[in-house]
Design a protein around this ligand. Structure first.
Ligand SMILES: Nc1ncnc2c1ncn2[C@@H]1O[C@H](COP(=O)(O)OP(=O)(O)OP(=O)(O)O)[C@@H](O)[C@H]1O
Length: 740
């Protein structure tokens, strides 16, 4: 029997008349087992005539007892308990007899209910089919054409073009049932004079609506169907003595009943295994009644006769199995279009209101916020990484270009009067050095000289300018002096750089960047006192990386690299080293004062930014030199192959502040003591950052050249980023091979 239920079950239960179609007020939308009922008919006249005893007896409302008259036959089980209704049976067991009565009583009850509930409007529709030899036929139609079955997502399996008659009254239904009886295929068999040769399904569809809402927006209709199924009975050909058409009919009947039995058995096991509904038309049509939206009762009919013991036993086993099958009856609601629209609008409003309530969705919102923050953070990181990657690639490209230029220069055979950089060479850098450079380069040195000659420390300025030129020319000199060997070395380095992944370089830069950023902050906080005057060297980190207070007074240090030959330079006029600085503050720029004072004026922020850049550069150089050097000498290298000037126990800068003319000598002496045969080169960066690279043998030359290339690349980057380096730096940029 069909039933009704669903999400609105509670609501619909309250609607007057809903229980009428629910089967008398039973709960809906719940799991139900198939109800099983046993009907034991009395012995027929034929059976009595044959002298057959009654083997079965109903001993109470729920138990059928087997009283075997054959002591040698197995007796177990002898009792079957049913709490429920059972409907199934062999041929001639009384199914049709039973179903006729059930149909009549059910319809009578329905009409009785309708009469008692005038507040609801009912519409009853009736249809009837038979399944004969696996063909579906409309019992209300005169045509004998088999009907097709279709599957629909909402309706389930349905019969195409099936006649459905709207009932006028009870008598109308009676007349239609009579038509069906007349149309149904029956035939005489040995066991039944009027044996049903087909499965018959009578369907009564009941629709009800509350009269007060009829034609209004709120109008809804409840729908239920009652299927009255009179199955053809299983039969043994030997017993039924069937042949020909009857035999064929019997085969189809047994096959479809077997399919039904299989479905029931699988459903009763409760597993999620495949249920073979499609094995027969009977199970396809009965699918909702067996395992879906339905409440089902099966009546098992038995003949008590001895000759049907096995059949009866099988019928009871079938019933035992069927009562384990669970169905889920729900209310079937058909809504008018208007009611449906209104219902959906209400649902939308409810959902919107839920979304607006912060309390109920607080955890969700928090989660969304957290995710948003994570996304923003990751986007920022990606942006930073991309920018670092671009910077690294740019530097790499610059370096490669510069190396290429350098190779070109070395290939041209241009020689410089400058000696290969080494500690022991004569430190004097004469004006002849500048004579070795090109015309373009001479423009650069005009700028540098302009700075140097305008102050009292002209010699020093000149020397340092020459140092700058030397360091620039050193690129060529190294190549020239090393000849093809140097070219090979440069090419080797270039190959190495080319093979180095930009990602690796990027990661490397990221790793070395962090500590310098923090140092830069330290610097920012320590470079200004309360009066705004600059105080350099307060922070140890500043001192070690940015130079010391001594360089505050070195007018030529900004952007003017100290050539390592300066290590051996006998000294500079003392007054030039420790001249009181006269800051010429400008928030945005930095200038070199012709008056001989270092004018390095920046806002803290600007200083920080540039310092960070320098810090990166220094760290990069250190790393590069160290890696390179280790590659060259492998395990022979211990600590100290690359040392900060502080790390060798000498602070020539600080010493120079005491006695500037002494510090290179002191350094050399110290270097001899500590380093022994190691060579060293002194690298000057913009803004008083000095450190020393100590190398051994010929490697010192090539590494020094590479370091210089890096330095020039750095300066150019600084310039291109819009920072304003010193004039000397600008000059060096304009004249550097890379810039050209
Ligand atoms: N409860 C009963 N009391 C008296 N007679 C009954 C009862 N049930 C069935 N009979 C009789 O038994 C005979 C067979 O009944 P029925 O035709 O309903 O069997 P069936 O199971 O439908 O058989 P089939 O499967 O061959 O159609 C009929 O003559 C019927 O009148």
């Amino acid at each position: 029997m069909g039933a009704i239920g669903g999400n609105e079950s509670v609501q619909w239960d309250k609607v007057a008349g809903a229980d009428a179609v629910n089967g008398g007020g039973t709960s809906v939308g719940r799991m139900d087992r198939i109800q099983v009922l046993v009907r034991l008919r009395p012995l027929s006249e034929k059976e009595v005539a044959r002298g057959e005893p009654a083997e079965w007896e109903c001993i109470n409302d729920t138990t059928v007892m087997f009283r075997s008259t054959f002591p040698d036959r197995p007796t177990a089980p002898t009792a079957y308990t049913f709490a429920s209704v059972f409907a199934y049976g062999q041929t001639s067991s009384g199914k049709t007899y039973t179903m006729n009565g059930v149909t009549e009583y059910t319809v009578a009850d329905i009409y009785d209910y309708i009469n008692k509930h005038e507040e609801r409007a009912f519409v009853l529709k009736f249809s009837a089919i038979e399944i004969y030899n696996e063909a579906v036929r409309d019992l209300l139609s005169a045509e004998n054409t088999p009907l097709r079955l279709w599957d629909d997502a909402e309706k389930g399996t349905y019969v195409e073009n099936l006649t459905e008659v709207v009932l006028r009254d009870w008598n109308h239904l009676k007349g239609l049932i009579s038509v069906c009886e007349a149309q149904r295929r029956t035939g005489e068999t040995f066991l039944n004079e009027k044996s049903s040769r087909s499965h018959q399904i009578l369907r009564l569809t009941i629709e009800s609506s509350a009269r007060e809402f009829l034609g209004k927006d709120k109008s809804t209709t409840l729908v239920a169907s009652a299927n009255f199924v009179d199955l053809a009975g299983s039969e043994r050909a030997s017993q039924a003595l069937s042949a020909g058409t009857r035999l064929k009919e019997g085969c189809h009947i047994n096959r479809s009943l077997l399919a039904l039995g299989t479905v029931i058995r699988k459903l009763s096991m409760g597993s999620n295994a495949h249920i073979p509904y499609r094995d027969s038309k009977l199970t396809r049509i009965l699918q909702p009644s067996l395992g879906g939206n339905a409440r089902t009762a099966i009546i098992c009919t038995l003949s008590p006769a001895t000759s049907h013991i096995e059949h009866s036993r099988n019928t009871l086993l079938f019933g035992s199995c069927a009562k384990e099958v669970v169905t889920n009856a729900q209310v079937n609601v058909v809504m008018s279009d208007k009611a449906l629209v209104k219902h959906l609008q209400k649902e939308v409003a409810r959902l919107e209101s839920e979304l607006r309530q912060p309390a109920s969705n607080s955890s969700l919102e928090a989660l969304v916020k957290e995710k948003d923050n994570q996304i923003r953070k990751m986007e920022k990181e990606i942006k930073e990484l991309k920018s670092q990657r671009d910077l690294a690639q740019s530097r790499l490209q610059n370096l490669l270009e510069t190396v290429g230029d350098q190779v070109k220069h070395s290939g041209s055979g241009k020689r410089s009067a400058r000696s290969p950089p080494s500690i022991g060479i004569s430190p004097g850098i004469s004006r002849d050095d500048s004579s070795q450079i090109s015309h373009d380069d001479s423009d650069l040195f005009k700028d540098v000289r302009c700075i140097g000659t305008s102050g009292t420390g002209g010699n020093e300025q000149l020397d340092l300018s020459a140092g700058e030129s030397s360091s620039l020319q050193g690129l060529n000199m190294n190549s020239s002096l090393h000849g093809s060997g140097s070219n090979a070395s440069v090419n080797s380095r270039r190959s190495r750089l080319l093979s180095e992944s930009p990602i690796t370089l990027e990661q490397h830069l990221e790793n070395i960047k962090r500590p310098f950023v923090s140092l830069g902050r330290d610097l920012g906080s320590s470079t200004h006192n309360s009066s705004g005057s600059r105080i350099l060297g307060r922070s140890r980190s500043c001192r070690s990386l940015m130079g010391s207070t001594m360089f505050d007074g070195m007018e030529m240090d900004d952007g003017t690299p100290l050539h390592r030959s300066l290590v051996g330079f006998p000294g500079r006029p003392e007054g030039n080293h420790r001249r009181g600085s006269t800051p010429n503050h400008d928030a945005e720029s930095e200038t070199l004062s012709r008056a001989g004072s270092v004018v390095s004026t920046k806002t803290n922020a600007a200083c920080d930014a540039e310092f960070t850049g320098i810090g990166e550069f220094v760290a990069e150089l250190k790393e590069m030199a160290q890696v390179h050097y280790q590659k060259q000498l492998g395990n022979q290298i211990t600590n100290g192959e690359f040392v900060d000037i502080k790390n060798i126990g000498l602070d020539p800068i600080a010493d120079a502040s005491q006695s500037p003319s002494r510090w290179p000598l002191e350094f050399e002496k110290k270097q001899q003591e500590i380093i022994g045969l190691w060579h060293a080169c002194c690298i000057s960066l913009v803004h008083r950052t000095y450190f020393f690279l100590l190398f051994k043998g010929e490697q010192a030359d090539s590494i020094y050249m590479e370091v210089e290339l890096r330095r020039l690349s750095f300066l150019r980057d600084t310039y291109s980023r819009g920072n304003t380096p010193s004039n000397a730096v600008v000059g060096s940029l304009n004249s550097s091979p890379a810039a050209r």
